[in-house]
Design a protein around this ligand. Sequence first.
Ligand code: PEP
Length: 253
Amino acid sequence: MPQRIVAGNWKMHGSRAFSAGYLKSLEGGALAGLGCDVLLFPPAILLPLLSTPASDLGIELGVQTVHPEPQGAFTGELAAEMAADAGAVWTLLGHSERRQLFGESDEDVALRALAARRAGLKPMLCVGESLAERQRGDADAVVTGQLDAVLELLGDDLASGGIAYEPVWAIGSGETASPEMAQAMHSMIRGVLRRRSERLAEMPILYGGSVKPENAAALFSENDIDGALVGGASLDPAAFLAIIMAMETHGNP
Ligand code: PEP
């Protein structure tokens, strides 16, 4: 049975004061004894501050991307080794904002995945089609291509992490894929992984795209939806906690 995960992507939001208040509101046993893992992907500069209190609450931290190289003349970039040194356990890879706004190709994402594993980080590989690709009937092919590019380089080692299916048209838009639509894609992804190995087929597959407390339960009731990658709603600790509780109540056992 795949591990269940609820993950929050803060994107480029947060500060020292915000971080302290956020973790304070999760204190008091709210996260004790959960059946799912809770991850946060804050801006990397907040990792040293968050590392100890997050770990005390049982939360694992990650970064939002890593550079392929371990060091060098890459002004403004962050090596996977540095992220691990600052307290990251995970990294997002291939988030659609990285692909669209920063030009990360499937090949770049695969090289970053390799760097993540070199540094011992768990990869959370984001895949998803644009609206135009879905309307053309290319959604499955696009997502399969994004998966294959990383699987060619990493093989079974990708199984140390997770997959986040995030249809680009649902991210930050208020639009959510229906639970049935998401389940169909998750099942397709599981098939791609199973054709490679049983170990890969056991990977957690998260859904992302305007997940909120109101729609989480229906998504988590689907067989192949093992969790959520939450953007906007993860900035509100009460909403994030409500999504975690929806996973506790409605997620697959
Ligand atoms: C994301 O950033 O991964 C995401 C899914 O954002 P949102 O929940 O805001 O759509």
